[in-house]
Structure formats: structure tokens, C-alpha cells
Design a binder for this molecule. Structure first.
Ligand code: ADE
Length: 266
């Protein structure tokens, strides 16, 4: 998986992705991160990539041309890498907009579709993804109309820019890329798979400040353990995220248990 990020703050992307599990995945070659500074494509003395909005109003708007040139630069590198012979890549004709088909360009915006585990799994199948991080009051609509394929939000709140949402998405996608988590079972059994939250976890000591771990975990009985995990997932989902239960496949007994829990909470 190759992530390409169009941003005004490339260090923010490189620093965060260079840490922890994603950092290890980069070193091991499972993922790559290419943060490209949009300012490098602003053809003015001060490398300004923003300007006042037409029609007036507060704030600044990111200009179309630096964003477009940054996008073309990234696409050309991807095409080169894929050794695709693309005759239309001649950018000398100034008025023509060249798009690279098949590459998803995600614009991070609170106006987009809400990101989810399901979308993360869909994106994890791509070879290359381009993220476009906005700042200020937004980006000139003419360029987003041309290059953006997916408008994505990470929740109903407004952040100062698209970098943190891009990092959130790259983190969630990376851990689904084969090889990134060496424990592949954990990616399958974790929260949200089958619309159930993950069961609670415990580690040593067996008694912590007077609180014991559930005895079944020490029993070594795999059948009982599997039943306990499943029941705990149902209980946890009913307690914390009852909205997920509708989409979960439950037995009659599990449905009754979930119903009892949610009824008690009302
Ligand atoms: N940019 C600013 N706020 C955002 C959000 N909530 N999601 C995605 N991009 C954003």
C-alpha cells in the first residue's frame, strides 16, 4: 500500500506515520508514505498556495493550480512506477486537465461520508491512495471537482485541517494491510467485525488490587473460552454500542440477552 498525501504540513504526516506500528510497517516495506508539500507547486515568490475568496467572506481559500500540479506530480510518479505508457501525460497544454484513472483521491472534509471500518477494509485493497488535506476555508471547488473521487469525514466536528483525518484513515487502513499486524487473528476478531465489539482483555497479575480475572480465562478449556468470548462481545456491544446490534448475526439466546441489557439501561 502506497499512501500519497497532498498537504501544507508534510512533517506532520511523516512524523506521525514514522512512529509505532506504522513506522515499523514502513521500515519493513508493507506500506509507504509520500507526503508532498502543496506549497512547492505555488509559482510565486512566497510560495503562497491560498488567496482571498471571490465574493468576500472570512478566511482564505487554497488555490486550484498548486493543488492540481501537486496531484499531477504524484500521478506521474505512480504511473512511472507502474510503467504505464500514458500519452496524455503531456502537461504542456495548459488548459487541459489530466486525470489518472483508477487512483482514488480522498478529500478530507467534514462534508464527506463518515469513515468506517468497512471503508477502511475497502481502501486496504488499493495499491495507491492519494489524500488531499485542506486548510483555511477550503479548496477552490474547480480543482476538487476535477480530481477528487471520494469525500470523507472522520466525524461530525470541524478540525483545523485534513492532516489528522488523513492520519486516522492511514492508521486504520494500514493495520488491515497483510503483514502490518503480525498477529493476523487480531485484525479479524477485533471490534466491529460482525458488528460486535471485542470481548474484554486481561493480563497478569491474576489478581490486581483485589480484582480477579474471570476464572474461565485460567481454565484452559477452549470450548468454554470461545463461548465466554462470544457472550462478552454481545454484552459489551449491548452496553456500549446497542446501535450495532441490529446488523449483528445473533442466536435467539444472544438476542434475548442483548434485549435484557438494553432494557435495563432504558
Ligand atoms: N477537515 C476538518 N474537519 C474534518 C473532519 N471532521 N473530517 C475530515 N476532514 C476534516
Amino acid at each position: 500500500m502506497n499512501f500519497h498525501v497532498m498537504t501544507l504540513f508534510p512533517d506532520m504526516i511523516d512524523n506521525a506515520m514514522g512512529e509505532s506500528i506504522t513506522g515499523r510497517a514502513i521500515k519493513a516495506g508493507y506500506i509507504s508514505v509520500n507526503a508532498v508539500d502543496i506549497r512547492d507547486f505555488a509559482k510565486n515568490k512566497h510560495s503562497r498556495a491560498d488567496d482571498y475568496p471571490y465574493g468576500g467572506g472570512a478566511g482564505m481559500v487554497m488555490q486550484a493550480e498548486p493543488v492540481y500540479l501537486c496531484y499531477r506530480y504524484i500521478c506521474e510518479n505512480i504511473e512511472k512506477k507502474r510503467s504505464v505508457k500514458n500519452n496524455s501525460a503531456d502537461t504542456s497544454q495548459e488548459n487541459i486537465i489530466h486525470k489518472t484513472p483508477g487512483i482514488r483521491v480522498i478529500y478530507l472534509t467534514p462534508q464527506g461520508k463518515t469513515f468506517s471500518q468497512e471503508l477502511a477494509a475497502e481502501y486496504a485493497k488499493e495499491d495507491d491512495i492519494i489524500f488531499l488535506c485542506g486548510h483555511y476555508e477550503g479548496i477552490d471547488e474547480r480543482v476538487t471537482e476535477e480530481i477528487v473521487t471520494d469525500y470523507i469525514s472522520i466525524g461530525d466536528y470541524v478540525l483545523t485541517g485534513g492532516e489528522l483525518p488523513a492520519l486516522v484513515m492511514m492508521d486504520a487502513i494500514s493495520r488491515l494491510v497483510p503483514g502490518v499486524l503480525n498477529n493476523c487473528i487480531s485484525a479479524q476478531t477485533e471490534s466491529f467485525s460482525g458488528n460486535l465489539l471485542e470481548y474484554p482483555q486481561y493480563t497478569r497479575p491474576a489478581v490486581w488490587r483485589g480484582k480477579e480475572v474471570p476464572p474461565v480465562l485460567l481454565s484452559g478449556n477452549h470450548k468454554k473460552l470461545a463461548e465466554w468470548y462470544r457472550k462478552q462481545s454481545v454484552i459489551k456491544t449491548a452496553l456500549l454500542r446497542p446501535d450495532l446490534l441490529e446488523g449483528a448475526e445473533l442466536t435467539q439466546a444472544e438476542r434475548e440477552l442483548a434485549y435484557e441489557i438494553t432494557r435495563e439501561m432504558d
